[in-house]
Design a protein around this ligand. Structure first.
Ligand SMILES: [Fe+2]
Length: 345
């Protein structure tokens, strides 16, 4: 059974991720939920005439980012990137299978929206597993609706689903997003964080652990990971990779490409007339630590007419606060709007 062989291969990867998770509660919840959703997905695929292997693998991988990192925030788009890397490395899934699984995981948190058949299948399998695991818990209205619909589709007697009250939207704090980002970056930069001989270790691991392939004993040039970590702590909240951008936020290029997207538009070239960098802007350098373009990034803390002060990670494998020439080696700035929230259509 060739198709089922692929399911077994993914199980081996999933087991590996779960076994590495130190938090017992996350590990246990991972086994129950990922495999539970995989089996609900296979059931719904049979019911809907869809491919059971694609559905089952999407189910198995849909919360893999949370199981790997322990983080739930934006786990759908970040998990889609984790799944993409896993499927690419296994090398046995067709482009179509990879695309369907990626799309389903990317969209699975949005239970209110109706998407493509495999996206819908994963959302329904997800809510069904949550419901069957504990039918006494309360669910948001859109999830409760799905539970009623999917159980009816399976011919089960009408079920009673508790509906939770809609949570009020979180109020933005009084401190602006860019101010928070700068505060976090400054604090971390001043500690300082110091990498071990493999650019990892206890100080650097928290910065790189978000990204697939991160290892406690082997890191990478971590200036962009430093900025991403500050963003996760303080905002803007971003998934590990932005859809349509060629690499993950562990690379400076990802920040540049993201900021230059027409729908984002946060990039300001170094020589833009009238633009004056402010605390909380990101600063991208060219040829600062190597001979390459966009080879370094930091967070602006302060400036005067001639110099800039920035909090940066991985300057000779240490974080720090640096005063530099206002224009020398500067590619440009990224000014994230305070009202920015990640969303993907
Ligand atoms: Fe889930």
């Amino acid at each position: 059974m060739i198709g089922f062989g692929k399911v077994r291969m993914v199980r081996t990867v999933v087991d590996g991720v779960l076994q590495e998770q130190e938090d017992e509660a996350i590990r246990r919840a991972g086994y129950i939920h990922l495999y539970g959703v995989a089996e609900m997905s296979a059931l719904l695929a049979a019911r809907r005439g869809l491919d059971a292997v694609t559905a089952s693998v999407a189910g198995m991988l849909h919360d893999i980012y949370t199981c790997r990192t322990g983080l739930r925030l934006l786990h759908a788009p970040s998990g889609a990137e984790d799944a993409r890397v896993i499927l690419r490395d296994l090398g046995v899934f067709s482009q179509e299978e990879q695309q369907r699984i990626h799309s389903a995981i990317l969209r699975h948190s949005d239970k209110e929206r109706v998407d493509d058949p495999y996206d819908e299948l994963l959302k329904d399998a997800d809510v069904l597993q949550h419901y069957l695991h504990d039918p006494t818990q309360s669910f948001p209205p859109a999830t409760a609706r799905r539970i009623r619909n999917v159980t009816a589709e399976l011919g089960l007697p009408a079920v009673e689903v508790r509906v939770s009250e809609t949570k009020p939207t979180a109020q933005a704090g009084s401190i602006s997003l860019r101010a928070r980002l700068a505060d976090v970056a400054e604090e971390l930069a001043r500690q300082p964080l110091v990498g071990d001989e493999n650019q990892s270790g206890p100080d650097v691991w928290p910065l790189i652990r978000y990204f697939p392939g991160a290892r406690r004993d082997q890191g990478w040039d971590w200036c962009a990971s430093f900025v991403y970590h500050c963003a996760v702590q303080a905002g803007p909240i971003l998934p590990i990779r932005y859809p349509g951008v060629s690499c993950r936020f562990a690379a400076v290029l990802a920040w540049l490409e993201w900021a230059r997207l027409p729908e984002i538009g946060f990039f300001h070239p170094a020589d833009e007339p009238g633009f004056a960098p402010e605390r909380g802007d990101l600063i991208v350098y060219d040829r600062l630590v190597s001979s390459a373009e966009h080879d370094h990034i930091g967070v602006v803390l302060d400036r005067d007419d001639c110099t800039l002060v920035a909090a940066e990670g991985n300057v000779s494998n240490r974080s720090g606060v640096f005063r530099r020439d206002r224009f020398l080696q500067v590619n440009g700035f990224i000014r994230v709007e305070d009202s920015y929230r990640y969303s993907w259509p």
